[in-house]
Design a protein around this ligand. Structure first.
Ligand code: ADP
Length: 774
């Protein structure tokens, strides 16, 4: 055996147990030392894991690579480690950042001798028989390993092997010696397994199944005692068997569970694998296999409930009622057809509530569950990049657990809950697999009755679940998923609607949460209106709710300080001290005091918004072209180029004097650079900003615009008219320029907003400029 020296690696102490090469293990950083060590290491880095015997480090360790890091259930930091190869540990030293590093020397095995090859063949044969004896033949493929040393390591997986022996195996570097150990122990285990099956055969005779089990179990207990293993857990296993006998698990699941129980009984209590099997059994029993709630499908009641929970949103409620009506109809037909409730399949369509944050998507989902009398679970999909998050990890993965879908069913406690797939637009894909493919299966009525969770290893019937998705935008939802969904847009609220929501829903909720009566704390409507107008700038009511919460708590603290006080009325004077002095509103009047700024309207993930497009002309003589900044998408960039080309071709008509040089560099910037923006609808705004800077004219502060522009200067229709006009109204704009082609969209704008905002429909850029400039 030759050794070569390699550089030092950080030492990762293993307080108990060992890892063999090829193992992938999840480790919780429980000690301070481990936490500190892991905090300084990143994914992909290699460490050397060293086992200990009675607190003394072994001279053999295993190089491990950090595959993944994250939080384990319970919030502990954890890492997934992949064990690579054995190494011999040399001297240790503490480096500058306090990490203990040890030098490691690689161990290279010589070409296997004839003796080694013969041992390997023998060991494989015994190990196969052993697997056969315990009814685990399917694992035999795991023994197809060419490297004799690695083959010997497979005995390390045997659950009944003591920790002492496992460590001995690990430390035996010499392959002949290691195989000899493995063979000896495999033979021992095989003999034991045979004894057990002989006993089984003896009692097999004419005894009934239950009697046989009782006898076998007694004998197992006796054997265990002899071996000095405790018999804790016996009752627990009996309890599991009782629950299976009572039919708590459906057929295929019960069969799998019985198999695992059998395995568990043969394992040592202390073995690591016994822990995993227990966790698996616990999880399987947590799934509410046989629990269903009865639907209340009364459409009149549903309507009343939806109205009681949410102000406004008439069209959205209409769609939800339609959705419920279709369900009712189908259920009635299925009842007529004599199908049992367990086989009634869910609806093919998935409602997708799409709109900015805080417009009530989540709470509508809750309302639907309430009207149906179903349990409700919210499953946040934001930032999920790993298919295993949806489907679970395979059980062979240490620290594996079921996926979110299975967990949602456990949380719901019934097989027919309403599951809200929150932020379905924020699901991403990377090398760990595409979660949206798994989601597609979840949402497909043809497949979701047999959804497979990798961890549970059984089928989960999701066909009775009502799925409702939410999203901020449709842009980032993969097309196949989108095809499954019925989109219900929620645009956002007007000022009046917000005031009504605040008075009828948000404040009563806040009073209840804070334990006060509505006659103790009073927030008058005109104060609410000021909060809406000056202290929030959003399409939904989330911030509004936070602001009101602050006001309510301020009132409560005033009452606490003066116990004689019976009532606190919030006034305008309280707003500044409670909510701060800066209102969030960006004032168009302030932004447009210089030429080169144009007020545009856009729809982002946060709803409609007013944005100020800034244009600058760089030094004459600079390299001709256009620089665009502010996280713009491709379409938006093209639309900037079109604006500039149009300008160059039509300079005289646009009032740009001849001595202005257009063959230089221009810069157009969209503030709020962190928010990605795309689409053609800022075309006329960019054009206006450029003309403004080149002709030195200022834009009117009370005007905003949106529209696509062509090379001929025509103005083409765009989307999101309602959101955009609402946003303009919120910002105090009184005139909005829209493409002529959007004429019919004006009907969607609420009456009182249409009264407050003058809409100009235009055909071309000159018409825009006529209206835009002072
Ligand atoms: P989203 O899921 O769209 O982000 P939420 O459902 O969390 O929004 O809504 C935020 C808060 O606003 C909740 O307390 C919700 O009850 C309330 N809310 C939103 N819209 C309405 C409405 N139309 N009527 C009553 N309350 C509403």
């Amino acid at each position: 055996m030759s050794t070569t020296t390699s550089p030092t690696l950080p030492l990762f102490p293993l307080p108990s147990g060992v890892f063999f090469p090829e193992m992938v293990v999840t480790v919780a950083a429980e000690s301070d030392q481990a936490r500190e060590l892991l905090a300084r290491r990143s994914t992909g880095e290699e460490l050397v894991a060293v086992p200990q015997r009675d607190g003394v480090y072994s001279t053999i360790g295993v190089v491990v690579r950090i595959e993944q890091r994250g939080k384990l259930p319970g919030g502990v930091d954890g890492v997934v480690l992949r064990a690579l190869r054995r190494v011999r540990i040399g001297r240790g030293e503490v480096d500058d950042d306090g990490t203990l590093r040890v030098s490691v020397s690689e161990l290279s095995a010589p070409e296997p001798s004839a003796e080694v090859r013969a041992l390997a063949v023998k060991y494989r044969a015994v190990a196969e028989q052993l697997l056969e004896a315990i009814g685990a033949r399917r694992f035999a493929a795991e023994l197809d390993i060419d490297d004799p040393g690695a083959l010997a390591d497979t005995i390390g997986w045997w659950p009944d092997l003591s920790d002492e022996r496992r460590l001995e195996l690990f430390e035996t570097v010499d392959v002949t010696a290691r195989l000899t150990l493995a063979l000896e122990w495999a033979q021992e285990a095989l003999a034991e397994a045979r004894v057990a099956s002989d006993i089984a055969e003896e009692v097999n005779g004419d005894l009934g199944r239950t009697q046989r089990e009782v006898i076998l179990r007694r004998q197992l207990a006796a054997i265990r005692k002899e071996l000095g293993e405790s018999d804790d857990g016996e009752d627990e296993l009996a309890e599991y068997r009782r629950r299976i006998d009572e039919g708590e698990l459906p057929e295929p699941v019960a069969a799998a569970a019985v198999k695992e129980l059998d395995r568990l009984e043969r394992m040592g209590e202390q073995s690591m694998e016994a822990g995993w099997v227990r966790t698996w059994l616990d999880t399987v029993f947590e799934v509410p296999w046989n629990t269903r709630t009865d639907d209340l499908l009364d459409l009149d009641v549903a309507r009343v409930q939806l109205d009681a929970d949410h102000a406004g949103l008439d069209r959205v409620k209409e769609r939800i009622i339609e959705f419920l009506a279709v369900r009712t109809l189908r259920t009635e037909r299925q009842v007529d057809a004599g199908e049992s409730s367990g086989h009634r399949k869910g609806s093919g369509t998935i409602l997708a509530l799409v709109g900015p944050p805080g417009v009530g998507k989540t709470s509508l989902g809750q309302s639907v569950a309430d009207t149906l009398g179903r349990r409700f679970v919210r499953m946040s999909l934001g930032g999920i990049r790993d298919e295993a998050e949806i489907r679970g990890h395979r059980r062979t993965y240490v620290g594996a657990r079921p996926g979110r879908i299975a967990r949602a069913m456990v949380d719901a406690g019934s097989m027919n809950p309403v599951v809200l797939l929150d932020e379905i637009d924020k699901v991403g894909a990377d090398w760990r697999g595409d979660p949206s493919a798994a989601l597609l299966e979840v949402l497909d009525p043809a497949q979701n009755a047999t959804f497979r969770d990798h961890y549970l290893e059984t089928e989960l019937d999701l066909s009775e679940v009502v799925f409702i998705a939410t999203a901020n935008t449709l842009d980032s939802i993969p097309a196949p998923l989108l095809d499954r969904m019925e989109i219900v847009p929620i645009e956002g609220y007007t000022e009046d609607e917000k005031v009504a929501i605040a008075l009828d829903h948000l404040l009563p909720g806040l009073f209840e949460r804070n334990g006060v009566h509505d006659d103790e704390v009073v927030v008058p409507p005109e104060v609410v209106r000021t909060v809406v107008a000056d202290y929030t700038r959003e399409a939904g009511v989330r911030r509004l709710e936070q602001r009101l919460d602050r006001l309510v708590r301020r009132a409560i603290s005033a009452m606490v300080q003066d116990p004689a006080r019976q009532q606190v009325v919030i006034t305008h004077d309280d707003l500044r001290p409670a909510l701060g002095s800066t209102s969030l509103r960006e004032d168009p009047a302030e932004r447009t005091v210089v030429p080169g700024v144009a007020t545009g309207l856009a729809v982002t993930g946060a709803g409609g918004d007013v944005l100020f497009v800034e244009a600058a002309a760089l030094d004459p003589g600079s390299e001709a072209g256009l620089t665009l900044t502010g996280q713009l998408g491709e379409v938006m960039k093209e639309s900037g180029q079109i604006a500039l080309s149009y300008l160059r071709a039509n300079r005289s008509d646009l009032g740009i004097s001849d001595d202005v040089d257009l063959d230089r560099r221009f810069h157009v910037h969209f503030p709020a650079g962190a928010i990605p923006k795309d689409g053609p609808s800022a075309g006329i705004t960019m054009t206006t900003a450029l003309v403004s800077v080149l002709s030195n004219r200022r834009m009117r502060p009370d005007v905003a615009m949106t529209g696509e522009v062509t090379l001929q200067g025509r103005v083409l229709p765009i989307g999101g008219v309602k959101e955009k006009v609402l946003a303009a109204h919120r910002a105090g704009i009184t005139e909005v320029i829209l493409p002529r082609g959007n004429g019919q969209d004006i009907d969607e704008i609420p009456e009182h907003v249409r009264e407050a905002v003058t809409i100009h429909l235009v055909d071309d850029v000159p018409a825009v400029l006529d209206l835009a400039f002072l």
